[in-house]
Design a protein around this ligand. Sequence first.
Ligand SMILES: [Fe+2]
Length: 364
Amino acid sequence: MTFVPIDQLEEGMTLDRDVYLYDYKTCKMAMLRSGQILTRSYINKLDELDVLGAYIHTDEKKEFFKASSPIKRELKEEAITSVQRVFEMFDKTAQNININCINQTMEVSKKLVNALKNNREANLSIANLKLYDDYTYNHSFGVSVLSIAIGLSLGLKTNDLYELGFCALLHDIGKMSVPIEIIAKPARLTGEEFQIVKQHPAKGAEFFLKHRLANKRICAGVLTHHEKFDGSGYPNGLSGEQIPLFGRIISIADVYDALTSVRPYRNPSTPAETIEYIMGSSGNAFDVSIVEAFLKKVSPYPIGSCVKLSNGEIAIIAEQNECHPLRPVIRLFNYPEKTLDLYRERDFQNIVIDDVCNIAAGQL
Ligand SMILES: [Fe+2]
């Protein structure tokens, strides 16, 4: 099963979850059931009702493009191609380093920053950001988009955002020094293998310094993206503000993207579970002020999406609560005229959001 955005739904696809259709005005509800084969008219109806997409039955190998709305598919492909080209230069001698590839990656970073800056929605719907295929390059892209979003939330200047996006796109380039058998190992790494993996931040920074491809700030970001705020990270065990800003930002984006990705040895965590993990690690692994900036920008439950609560009720997300993305304002399906603030409402303090459902909220 995979979530396919509305613009990529095709006739003949089979729904793998029920899709609720809901009319705010008449409070009328309809449902497309799991197992329903999509026709053009169903897809058009869902589109009219601004549904975000649907969970589709698919064999595990089939891949679907999943992008957040502010980033166009072409830009994502351009980002991935440019990152791939720079990664391929990793082992090359100075004569074979093509500076155009570096410049192109910086251009991509600028385009990503501009796309996110012009995003009309306040929040990045990170639930829709994932792409389940070639891990490393997509991971680089995901980390870059999230890092830029955090940078925007922190109020960084445009030029700083360009550098941050570039740094995040290439933060893992040192992984080219790690044997592929270790990178792609479908099981837990041995202690020895982990020691090899731990060298990748330094190898990456060394690559940029050796060929003079990036400034000190970018090199420092690459070097420190696995440091932890409490000093328990690697390679140098730096703590607090000893870790440069880019390193502190990229480390959160990196963990978010890694945990929510499909890997050969484990299932992905949901955006909500991962946000919870990051909140729990605030002040330990991560800088509190940067976690707060992250929480202001992410929404695992975009407005208008439908969720199932732990008491079994179905609700629609009506508003976000800044800094509390897991406790938004909702409308209960059975009482749509009333909003309920999951963060403030005392009677609902023990109720959590359990799952995301498909819904189209509009006029039937
Ligand atoms: Fe890394």
